[in-house]
Design a binder for this molecule. Sequence first.
Ligand code: CP
Ligand code: NVA
Length: 330
Amino acid sequence: MDLKGRNFLTLKDFTPEEITYLIDLSAEVKEKKKKGIPVDHYKGKNVALIFEKDSTRTRCAFEVAAHDMGMGTTYLGPTGSQMGKKESIEDTARVLGRMYDGIEYRGFGQDIVEELAKYAGVPVWNGLTNEYHPTQMLADMLTIRENFGKLKGLKLVYMGDARYNMGNSLMVACSKLGLDFVACTTKEYFPNEELVETCRGYAAQSGATITLTEDVKEGTKDADVIYTDVWVSMGEPDEVWEKRIKELSPYKVTKEVMANAKETAIFLHCLPAFHDLKTKIGKEMGERFGITDMEVTDEVFESAQSKVFDEAENRMHTIKAVMMATLEES
Ligand code: CP
Ligand code: NVA
């Protein structure tokens, strides 16, 4: 399998075999890290990490992975560079491409990361856009595989805003890899029809199914994986909180939801999560709307079924695999 020089913008661009190769490589580098076997065959290389939105996991994963591989990193935050304000994406890409061996981008439209990739001349990796979060998918699939020993035939239910980066990406990943995908939410939050059609095409090849349902009992019945994400994503206006809380509360992951899934079911969340009032926003919403949690109860989040911190750790191993697969060794 040769992915050298490839961009990593969305899993739509990768075959099931290529995605499986990246998951296998992730498991391999995870094992090496645990055993203290170095993977620093990329000495002298450098990567640029562009973050137009905040991040804990993705930024730290790229930095730790790059350093483990012997590479240098430069973090470019929402302020402090010329990008977008005085310099176009196209020009920025051509400048960074002359200095760096790879570029990570987290920000807004998918068109921006595609534009970067078009002009950079080096691999570009999507660290989250409004539409997709592909590095998260590898971590999620690795975590699921670690728990069930397989991916094909499992039922994954996504509850909440299914028309944004996480819902879209999970539908793509599941349909390519043969997991039955269910978006369980109100109609307004279903993924867009064009993407659903594209994924039905992948599903026809892999044997997966795609179901969109408003019915929590039916949707979550016998699920293997219950997945949710924040109800308001980064970059969305504050005004939407009230509407989202009202409309998505019936799709909160509770112990009743978990009980309706299989006994062996696991709970996943890309994080960060609003499961208590220990955050600034969580506290503010708690005071405004008289709630103690949002997309998931603290009980489920802290339960043995919750694998969210394994999932978070796997961000690092999978991001390392993406960089290793797409960059030439030194
Ligand atoms: N899951 C995820 O992408 O987390 P960060 O926003 O902290 O990077
Ligand atoms: N949907 C969330 C994902 C965070 C990892 C967001 O875009 O903010």
